[in-house]
Design a protein around this ligand. Structure first.
Ligand code: ATP
Ligand code: MG
Length: 656
């Protein structure tokens, strides 16, 4: 790759398209064919004298693999066995080539995320479509069309020029949900600089650490966040040249900062996006820190190909949709699917500044006529806590489906939400490192509650056998795949998808360790059923070894959540001299249930009936399970507390 100026990203030196052409080795492909759901429009006239790229049509992508019936899926697998390629789609890279062809590319060549998300729609006559519908906490609504967004992002790119920022510089945001985040992100990308969002509720130390690691040149934030988080550490951030405040005018700016709006007002509304190498670094995202110190994953402009394709396929997004992604803009989901992907489809994106509140959220879904909703298991579980009756008071008829990501979505929650919303509830799996959805229950597919679904088109997934050291086993330099549906393996992806991270910030060694025998190893464990659906078992580090059994905490947690009293559970292995580890569960109860000895005994017995020998021996009640700020149960913290060990990096812990 060609890292942007000033970026120490040495993780990978080959280009994606070269990797995509790698020999397939012994691995079997399980990638699905077809990108239905990606809007297909007639070819467009040449723009600026440049012939448009061929548009994506049905072609080979429309065949096979997406029928949704178990039989179709089995046929798909049969085509796979022994051939080394997926049935109906002989070439993974072809899937991405077709996805790439659905985008325009810059008029003068190159590929820039912001052009695909914004300018393209204006060029094609959709400038009046509402791109952002922003809901303030007090209910005020502000709309920005694609034409507005083009102008705002042009201005922000020009602001960066005016401040002397060179392409490749790092622009950070420390902001809540609001249109200024979208404009700062997309304007930075237009400028060919690197965008890095931070979670607005981070304390000063996590902010300092990440800005230092990412060599932040510009920070966009608010007056209060600046005063509380940054002002005191400004001298520790020598590379931070500019701080722009979105809620200050020239008379209220803090010393050493500038007014974002003031700069925007005087900046040029015309901006020519520089030629952008698809392989230049565009995004820096820190992981959630669930398993330890957060890592900085670097993504390139080519990622937009995967954002667009997966939003069309896994989220079923089309033109005219009203899309709401509840992820905070500080995490990868907030950028990939809160900003970029829906805009590449010309959708109207709802940006809600309010915090979670069941009534408010149902109100947003109903009043804004949201057609596709992308949320997280914690949110669905919180709605579950507030009961189905509340949902029934709102008109959710515009909704086609609900999608979820971030942590395991228990079958119980899927079934509850499907019954309550009367719509499919689609779990999907991906990571900061993958940049986009990799495995999904896609619209039109049979939903298997509790399963993450099947690989996206162009994505090749394998389950790898792990040795006693927890690393995938190599035999003659080749990985060993798990083939028995009962067996657990490490979920691995064949490199070559466009949004694959191109490195960990300043940690080349760690990046290299992610790849074994030609596969990217995710660190997550899963099973695959005979129809090719993947079932999450747990993170490699969380898996419990008890009396010779390998126990996935998710399985135990899901079983406990089938009990009417349990709304959430966190399960860990507690050291035991005989069994090695014993299963211990921390359980959060629904309102109305008493945390008493009788219920505890009932839950132990319930677990035993459901799970047999892998049931938790110990159950304790805990109404405040530790979560990351992106909503995941921090099992490593439960375990550290259990063992009286230091808590490690807790910068992403949600404080209650
Ligand atoms: P860190 O890598 O710093 O420990 P993290 O892995 O939580 O943090 P993210 O990249 O935000 O950081 O999260 C990706 C992880 O979230 C996945 O590896 C997986 O463990 C979990 N995850 C995401 N989606 C799902 C899903 N649908 N089902 C189960 N787990 C999921
Ligand atoms: Mg991770």
């Amino acid at each position: 790759m060609r890292p942007a100026a000033g970026w120490r990203c040495r993780g990978l030196s080959r280009r994606t398209d070269e990797r995509a052409g790698e020999p397939e080795g012994t691995a079997r492909s399980h990638g699905r064919a077809g990108v239905e759901g990606t809007p297909q429009r007639p070819p467009r006239p040449a723009v600026g004298g440049v012939e448009p790229l061929p548009r994506q049509r049905g072609g080979p992508c429309a065949q096979g693999g997406r029928g949704g019936t178990p039989q179709r899926a089995r046929e798909h697998r049969r085509g796979v066995e022994g051939t080394g390629v997926s049935a109906g789609h002989p070439d993974r890279s072809q899937a991405w080539a077709l996805a790439r062809a659905a985008l325009d590319g810059l008029p003068g060549g190159g590929l820039n995320i912001a052009y695909e998300a914004v300018d393209r729609h204006v060029v094609h006559g959709d400038g009046d479509v509402v791109a952002l519908r922003c809901l303030a906490a007090d209910g005020a609504v502000q709309e920005h069309t694609y034409r507005d967004l083009r102008e705002h992002t042009n201005r922000f790119a020009a602001v960066l020029d005016g401040l002397g920022v060179k392409p490749g510089g790092a622009v950070f945001t420390l902001l809540g949900r609001g249109w200024e985040t979208h404009v700062s992100a997309l304007g930075t990308l237009k400028h060919a600089s690197v965008f890095c969002p931070l979670f607005a509720a981070f304390g000063p130390e996590p902010v300092r650490q990440r800005m230092l690691m990412g060599r932040a040149r510009v920070l966009v934030t608010t007056r209060e966040l600046y005063r509380r988080r940054i002002a005191g550490l400004r001298d520790q951030l020598p590379e931070l040249a500019e701080v722009l405040l979105v809620d200050a005018d020239p008379t209220t700016v803090e010393p050493g900062t500038r007014s974002w709006h003031d700069l925007m007002a005087t900046a040029d509304a015309d901006y020519t996006i520089p030629w952008t190498d698809p392989e230049s670094v565009a995004l820096l995202h820190f992981t959630s820190g669930t398993t330890g110190r957060p890592k900085g994953a670097l993504h390139v402009h080519d990622a937009v190909v995967a954002h667009h394709a997966t939003a069309g396929h896994a989220l079923g997004l089309r033109r005219g949709d009203v899309f709401w992604c509840t992820a905070d803009p500080g995490w990868v989901t907030g950028t990939s699917y809160g900003i970029i992907a829906p805009l590449t489809h010309g959708a109207t994106v709802v940006v809600d500044a309010g915090d979670f509140d069941a009534r408010r959220w149902y109100g947003v879904l109903a009043d804004q006529r949201v057609s596709v909703w992308y949320t997280a298991p914690t949110a669905l579980r919180m709605l579950m806590r507030s009961g189905a009756e509340l949902a029934g008071r709102y008109d959710l008829s515009a909704l086609r489906h609900v999608a979820s990501v971030g942590e395991p979505l228990n079958a119980e929650a899927v079934l509850w939400a499907q019954e309550t919303f009367r719509r499919p509830v689609l779990d999907n799996w991906w990571q900061t490192e993958t940049g986009a959805i990799m495995v999904s229950n896609a619209p039109g597919d049979e939903v298997r509650p509790g399963s993450m679904g099947r690989p996206e088109p162009g994505v090749e997934v394998a389950l790898l056998e792990r040795g006693t050291d927890g690393r995938p086993v190599l035999s003659d330099g080749q990985v060993v795949e798990v083939s028995d549906p009962r067996q657990v393996g490490e979920l691995a992806l064949r490199p070559g998808w466009p949004s694959m991270f191109r490195g960990y910030l300043d940690d080349e060694e760690r990046y290299r360790r992610c790849f074994i025998g030609g596969w990217y190893c995710s660190g997550d464990l899963a099973r695959r059923d005979v129809d090719g659906y993947y079932w999450f078992v747990g993170r490699g580090d969380d898996v419990i070894k008890s009396a010779g059994h390998l126990i996935g905490p998710f399985e135990v947690e899901s079983a406990l959540m089938e009990h009417p009293a349990v709304v959430e559970a966190g399960v860990i292995g507690k050291p035991d001299p005989v069994a090695g580890e014993l299963v211990k569960a921390f359980v959060t109860l629904r309102p109305g249930f008493d945390a008493d000895e009788q219920l505890r005994r009932e839950l132990v017995a319930f677990g035993r009936r459901r799970l047999g020998s892998v049931a938790p021996r110990e159950i304790v009640f805990d109404q405040h399970l530790p979560h990351t700020r992106s909503g995941k149960v921090m099992r490593r913290l439960l375990k550290a507390r259990e063992l009286g060990l230091p808590e490690g990096d807790v910068s992403t812990l949600e404080r209650q």
